[in-house]
Design a protein around this ligand. Structure first.
Ligand code: PXL
Length: 264
């Protein structure tokens, strides 16, 4: 049977991030993508104009429909919006025999909130403990742990603070620092410093969703965490290099970059 990956995340109507980024990534990487919608955003290249959460029962029902019949080989989480949804999703994941990639989404690229401040404690104490890999950026690390990393040397301290909450692995994304795009992957004993060139391209909407989904695709295929993360970083780096203008603001990464061969 085809490899199956589930994303539990919010909709980005502009198609660059959220559920749409996740499903495009899964298609590009050759797996069958499935989705549990947690919230709907009205969104474009300029920002988020509105957001509406789904009821907990609707999230639970979607999850059970997919997992109980089709089955999943990895789960990825993104925008979860409220404490109630964070706790529901954490409980659902803990009852599922598949690796989970948790992208602890706090705000959008434009700074619009995608998670209530009142949900932070549920992320720390319920969601992070069920993660196989957590993928915070430096703003999310600061929000969750109080550690403010300002240079490559600070990444190790940031990772240690997140690991305290119990994820098996953490990938600290240093993309908001200057210089190369450097991320640190560690489980507290092994360390992998992943370095990619910084492309001079402002069209980077959806990078976090894309990276976390690509990691989930690798894990679903049975790759180790370091192998899955290394391959995912190469995929997202190519997608950033190929990011394109859309609307009047920040355009998306190109999820199809590796598929495109001289087609219009
Ligand atoms: O990148 C975080 C993210 C997650 N989910 C949704 C989003 C965004 C960023 O814009 O729109 C729905």
């Amino acid at each position: 049977m085809i490899t199956r990956v589930l994303t539990v995340a919010g909709s980005d109507s502009g198609g660059g991030a959220g559920i749409q980024a996740d499903l495009k990534t899964m298609l590009a990487l050759g797996v069958h993508g499935m989705s549990v919608l947690t919230a709907v955003t009205a969104q474009n290249s300029l920002g988020v104009q509105g957001a509406w959460e789904l009821p907990v029962d609707a999230v639970r029902a979607q999850y059970r429909s997919v997992v109980d019949d089709i089955g999943v080989q990895a789960v990825k989480t993104g925008m979860l919006s409220s404490a109630e949804l964070v706790e529901t999703v954490a409980e659902l994941i803990s009852g599922t025999d598949a690796p989970a990639v948790v992208d602890p989404v706090g705000v959008s690229k434009h700074g619009d909130p995608l998670l209530a401040a009142s949900a932070l404690d549920s992320v720390r104490t319920r969601l992070l403990p069920v993660a196989t890999v957590a993928t915070p950026n430096l703003d999310e690390v600061a929000q969750l742990t109080g550690v403010r990393a300002e240079s490559e040397q600070d990444l190790r301290r940031a990772a240690a603070a997140v690991l305290e909450f119990g994820p098996r692995w953490v990938l600290i994304k240093g993309g908001h620092l200057s210089g190369d795009a450097v991320d640190l992957l560690t489980d507290g004993s092994e360390e992998h410093l992943l370095r990619a060139p910084r492309y001079d391209n402002r069209h980077t909407h959806g990078t976090g969703c894309t990276l976390a989904s690509a990691i989930a695709c690798g894990l679903a295929r049975g790759r180790s965490v370091p192998e899955a993360v290394t391959a995912a970083k190469a995929y997202v780096t190519g997608a950033i290099a190929a990011g394109f203008a859309l609307g009047a603001g920040i355009g998306p990464v190109d999820h199809g970059w590796a598929l495109r061969r001289d087609t219009p």
